[in-house]
Write a protein that binds this ligand. Structure first.
Ligand SMILES: Nc1ncnc2c1ncn2[C@@H]1O[C@H](COP(=O)(O)OP(=O)(O)OP(=O)(O)O)[C@@H](O)[C@H]1O
Ligand SMILES: O=C(O)[C@@H](O)C(=O)CO
Length: 416
């Protein structure tokens, strides 16, 4: 294995795996730290953790365990993947995890770059934009778990890290990889270990990738990984033959616990032409809803049935005020996991999930240990083979085109 990656959630990990795979690396996503060694032909491995919203000491411990396994697989470079909207609270977990990985790898000049231009995330003067809006005016300020109220990534990160935070501005990035390399060295000499790097377009990210050749630790969204595989292909180290994508026949089910703006629009559009079941969050939390009734309903429905709890920030706040944020998230996530288990038992072979935490709960609930990366559905969302007769797609909240669910179902069915 050449690049060893740690993702702080499941959809984010498949987003990163998608990028590395598209750039020619044979890539696999693992659920948690594997117990066995990886197969020798894997060039990039992404360990998906569910560590974005847990206690930061626990996130650090899990990330270090993942790092240790990746080191054992012989990785030459390591990547920590967090959200392209830098989802974290002021207390962590991005800073503490980076500090711990950097210490363990003796890494300096650690790039911090959440940019993902393909989905509208760019960084200019250290500030994160989602399309034309600053992060804190993009809807992310009302995220149910990690409300992002400050668009200045340098300032947000400083609250979380023990290290000094530096910055490489867009004018330097636009001058190309050699200038970026020099700027990284300058920042290092100034004592800045974590360096926020501006990036507006994919071509900036290719330059940053070239400048990151041989750096032990890179961190960011999936975007900044776009230029890393080229460093290995220049050395003739990658280029294995790919297994062609094969879909599954049969009914596809969509499960959405994502309350992000993009998902809510996709759900509304999907519901116009497909059977839909809106879960009442308070019923789930109070144990008044039975998964088996919903499964029966879906199995007897036509089209691509969708089951969702996706709701706007006002409804989410009402639920959280009544039952507490942790209790409501846990109950809903467990309910989606239970639905998925019952669907698979009933012979369903294609499952779409929306929302990082929701997808994590479903993947863990189904005990899907290894996911092979298939074709891209929309930027950041690949089709995944989870087993001999199960294919899935894990969508991050704000990813995907308005017609995402139908498109994803078609690709899981083998249409490319
Ligand atoms: N109706 C609801 N009321 C309260 N909480 C909800 C409701 N529906 C979903 N949730 C919870 O909100 C959280 C949504 O997080 P999730 O990561 O799944 O989606 P997302 O934030 O849109 O996705 P991403 O993290 O990929 O951007 C989950 O913990 C989910 O259980
Ligand atoms: O980077 C992103 O935006 C996504 O991969 C993600 O992590 C959302 O959960």
């Amino acid at each position: 294995m050449l690049i060893g990656c740690i993702g702080d959630d499941f959809t984010g990990s498949s987003d990163l795996a998608n990028t590395l795979s598209k750039q020619g690396m044979k890539t696999v996503q693992y659920t948690g730290v594997p117990t066995d060694s990886s197969s020798k032909d894997i060039e990039a491995g992404v360990i998906a953790l569910k560590s974005r919203s847990i206690d930061s000491a626990e996130a650090v411990q899990q990330s270090l365990e993942a790092l240790s396994w990746l080191k054992e697989q012989g990785c030459e470079q390591f990547f920590f993947k967090y959200c392209s909207t830098f989802d974290s609270t002021e207390e962590g977990n991005i800073g503490p995890v980076i500090d711990a990985l950097a210490k363990e790898l003796n890494a300096y000049k650690v790039i911090i770059c959440p940019a993902f231009p393909g989905t509208g995330r760019s960084i200019y003067q250290g500030h994160l934009f989602v399309h034309d809006a600053l992060l804190n005016e993009s809807g992310m300020q009302s995220h149910p778990l990690t409300p992002m109220t400050d668009p200045d990534i340098r300032r947000w990160l400083k609250k979380q890290t023990q290290n000094n935070v530096g910055h490489i501005a867009a004018n330097i990035v636009l001058s190309g990889s050699e200038k970026i390399k020099t700027a990284l060295q300058d920042q290092h000499e100034k004592g800045n270990r974590l360096i926020v790097v501006d990036a507006l377009t994919d071509s900036d990210l290719y330059e940053i990738g070239a400048a990151a050749d041989k750096l032990p630790l890179i961190t960011g969204g999936s975007g900044v990984a776009i230029g890393l595989p080229a460093n290995f292909s220049r050395q003739g180290k990658i280029g294995k033959e790919r297994t062609p994508w094969k879909g599954e026949s049969g009914k596809c089910i969509a499960l959405s616990g994502s309350c992000s703006k993009a998902t809510r629009e996709q759900v509304t559009i999907h519901c116009k032409h497909n059977p839909s079941y809106e879960i009442d969050a308070s019923d789930v939390i109070q144990g008044k809803l039975l998964a088996k009734n919903i499964v029966e309903w879906a199995l007897n429905s036509s089209g691509i049935p969708i089951i969702f709890s996706s709701a706007d920030p006002i409804k989410v706040k009402q639920i959280q005020d009544s039952f507490g944020q942790e209790r409501s998230a846990f109950a809903l996530e467990e309910f989606f996991a239970e639905l998925a288990r019952q669907f698979v038992e009933a012979g369903i072979t294609k499952i779409l999930t929306a929302g990082g935490e929701t997808s994590g709960a479903v993947v863990e609930g189904l005990k899907l240990n290894t996911l092979e990366i298939g074709p891209e559905i929309d930027p950041g969302v690949p089709a995944l083979r989870a087993g001999e007769s199960l294919v899935v797609a894990l969508k991050s909240g704000n990813f995907g085109a308005p017609d995402y669910f139908e498109k994803a179902a078609a690709i899981l069915g083998g249409k490319i």
